[in-house]
Design a protein around this ligand. Structure first.
Ligand code: P6P
Length: 333
């Protein structure tokens, strides 16, 4: 069914009809992300050689030190998306406010908004651990022909038309969905082409890996503590293995292939958890559900949450359906 050495470009053309109501713009959008991914991949892979390691001296709205590669990745994705004249607005973890893109499009005819974390896991950059880009795409909800507004960005995750990530790991992959399953493409850096290497990716129904920063254990709600002890107990299919890379995209990607659960719970230190709803949890939740997995805040589907602000955080439980359901049982008991 899937020709393994199909390129991303061929795949997009073949699946053009699946992009509901698309006049080819969504394809152009995915192509823009493909180009930016190659440029950022080039910079990430040579980071050790050129003086772009370390912090850029600024901090983003989260108060986190902006790593130079964060800033560079942010600029590359914004520039590429603007140049393609497809989007009317962009939101980024690295930008305090959303960017209204109407320079070339005088009459605001572009109908997509993109929300992204240009380089997630950036604290891993200087220690040569894989990092990733996460993106989320919506149709605008305000009238075409008018400037984009915050309302276009504060949509629940169930409205997404596409979402995905690029993982800059031992190999660079683009993994995305347009609502018709999840497909993974591996970059051949020698020729700069992405090939369909992981067609129709699916989370195994259950797994034996749990990913959480156990350094925060004493600050977790009791239900989370109880679930972690359940994972460690000598009985039935357990104890599970603990794997935590500190890079959401990498932990998610490994769990999708092997089976597992990723958790970033709320804690007494972080009342809403750490991960951002709009450009981390929603896109990963869309991918998870399209890959037969599950994503919740411990009580409700992530993609049902009505956002109230651009950089809001939510607790995040995501991965193999049975494992997330079990974790929810502990949190709701
Ligand atoms: P902690 C990276 O900063 C990130 O947003 C995710 O990629 C990662 O899973 C998490 O935060 C790591 O956070 O608090 O465990 O270091």
């Amino acid at each position: 069914m899937f020709n393994k050495n199909k390129t991303l470009g061929e795949f997009i053309i073949e699946n053009q009809t699946e992009f509901q109501y698309s006049t080819g713009e969504l394809s152009k959008l995915i192509n823009a992300i493909r180009l930016a991914a190659k440029v950022v991949n080039h910079e990430v892979n040579k980071a050790g050689l050129v003086d772009i390691l370390g912090t850029a001296g600024d901090t983003n709205i989260q108060g986190e030190n902006q790593q130079k590669l964060d800033v560079l990745a942010n600029e590359k994705f914004i520039q590429t998306l603007k140049n393609r004249e497809i989007v009317c607005g962009i939101a980024s973890e690295e930008e305090d406010h959303y960017i209204s893109v109407n320079s070339q499009d005088e009459n605001h005819q572009n109908k997509y908004v993109v929300l992204m974390d240009p380089l997630d896991g950036s604290s891993n950059i200087d220690v040569n651990v894989s990092v990733g880009t996460i993106f989320s795409i919506y149709h605008r909800v305000t009238p075409v022909g008018t400037p984009v507004t915050l309302e276009d960005f504060l949509q629940p995750g169930k409205n997404q038309v596409a979402a995905g990530y690029i993982i800059y790991g031992t190999s660079t992959m683009l993994v995305y969905t347009t609502g018709h399953g999840v497909n993974g493409f591996t970059l051949n850096p020698a020729i700069g082409t992405f090939y369909l290497s992981h067609p129709n990716m699916q989370f195994p129904e259950t797994g034996k890996i749990y990913s959480v920063n156990e350094g925060n254990y004493i600050h977790f709600p009791q239900g989370v503590k109880d679930y972690i002890k359940y994972c460690q107990k000598e009985e039935e299919d357990r104890p599970y293995t603990s794997r935590y890379i500190g890079s959401l995209v990498s932990d998610f990607h490994r769990n999708m292939i092997k089976g597992g659960i990723y958790m970033y719970p709320k804690s007494s230190k972080a009342q809403k958890g750490k991960l951002r709803l709009l450009y981390e949890c929603n896109p990963m939740a869309f991918l998870a559900e399209q890959a037969n997995g599950r994503a919740s805040d411990g009580h409700q589907r992530i993609m049902e949450i009505e956002p109230t602000e651009l950089h809001e955080r939510v607790p995040f439980f995501c991965g193999s359906k049975r494992m997330v359901e079990k974790a929810e049982e502990f949190m709701q008991s």
